[in-house]
Design a protein. Structure first.
Length: 366
């Protein structure tokens, strides 16, 4: 069965202004693009086309999330603020989250694109789907956006699926290098969504994503953070998948697996200090597909988050899509021979120590 692919040109028209203005006001750095600019996503999409893989994907046309659908998670005051500023000349959803004219509608299309992917998978039109959407979503909380995220795309799509498809248990596996704090916050007191986040320890947001954050009330035990030390490579990530993520999913038995997918854990990302290779992302995808086949008819949706290397995100993304479709293109990752010689790529003892501690939390999942 097919793999769905959500894409829209308007995703590239979300304007994040100028990094110098946003991050370093005053005349201290030459003006240039914001880190979260269209290039990495566009180049990912371009490689999907140039590699020929696009011919094997089922295009899914994103729809616009309505205000009511956004409001399943976000406060109306926040939605109205973005809508008003977007109709004028743009503004800032919070620190570091600038947006331009029209970004409200593009934000609706981003959340709507996640919903479109969910609908296609849950209606059986495709087996799995990748939503290459922008702006990203996993840092946005109820009251405001943050960390380049306007609206919480995956959260809004999960809430939509519970409403429209009576979806029961859902599990999220967020492999973006930053903590998926918005997704965690949305479901922190709920047992019907298992939220897992693998991230660089205490990177962003500050003091967020620790092992002690395990959920509360009915959600106790259903939030699992894996804060890996900086420098973690394929070895640490695959060990975390084998020892924590896969066993957690097997215990929880979700009806759908959702992956907020950022490629900023790669070995050359400017905003992270991890060392995942395209083969690492491929292997993680393979493990998720296998467990999805075992547990939920292969149903899996990826929603695009971060990833800031213009020259490497495309290869990481292509590897993931090749696994999802089961089709290997002629494209080889040109970085692979370089990264193969990097020290510390295998699992290190201090990384295993964190993984062992996090693995203890799996027992509380029922
Ligand atoms: Zn990120």
């Amino acid at each position: 069965m097919a793999t769905g692919f959500v894409w829209h040109e308007l995703y590239m028209w979300h304007n994040t202004w100028n990094w110098a203005q946003v991050f370093a006001p005053g005349l201290t750095i030459q003006p240039g693009e914001h880190a979260e600019n269209p290039e990495t996503k566009r180049r990912f999409r371009n490689l999907v086309e140039v590699s020929g893989l696009i011919d094997h994907l089922t295009p899914l046309k994103p729809r616009y999330a309505t205000e009511d659908e956004l409001a399943r998670f976000h406060d109306r005051e926040y939605i109205w603020k973005i809508k008003k500023l977007s109709a004028e000349n743009g503004g800032d959803a919070s620190s570091l989250t600038p947006f331009g004219r029209g970004s409200y509608e593009i934000g609706q299309l981003s959340a709507g694109g996640a919903m479109t992917a969910f609908d296609a998978v849950l209606e059986g039109k495709v087996k799995n789907a990748y939503a290459l959407i922008r702006p990203p979503g996993h840092h946005a909380i109820r009251e405001y956006g943050m960390g380049f995220c306007l609206f919480a795309n995956a959260v809004i799509a999960i809430l939509h699926a519970k409403e429209a498809h009576k979806l029961g248990r859902v599990a999220t596996v967020d492999w973006d290098v930053h903590h998926g704090n918005g997704t965690q916050a949305a479901f922190y007191d709920r047992g019907d969504v298992l939220t897992i986040s693998l991230h660089q320890d205490n990177l962003f947001p500050a003091n967020s994503g620790g092992l002690a954050e395990t959920g509360e009330g009915k959600g106790k035990g259903f939030n699992l953070n894996i804060p890996l030390p900086p420098g973690s490579g394929d070895g640490a990530y695959l060990a975390a998948f084998e020892q924590i993520v896969i066993p957690a999913l097997q215990r929880y038995k979700p009806e759908l697996i959702v992956v907020p997918s950022g490629f900023d854990g790669s070995g050359v990302d400017p905003l992270g200090r991890m060392m995942i290779t395209s083969e690492g992302y491929r292997a993680m995808t393979r493990m998720l597909l296998k467990v999805a086949d075992e547990l939920c008819g292969g149903r899996m949706v990826m929603t695009h988050e971060g990833g800031y290397s213009q020259t490497y995100v495309p290869y990481c993304g292509l590897a993931v899509l090749e696994e999802m479709t089961g089709i290997k293109t002629h494209v080889d990752d040109p970085w692979a021979p370089l990264m193969a010689n990097w020290g510390g790529m295998g699992l290190q003892p201090h990384q295993q120590a964190v993984i062992s501690e996090a693995a203890n939390l799996v027992q509380s999942i029922t």
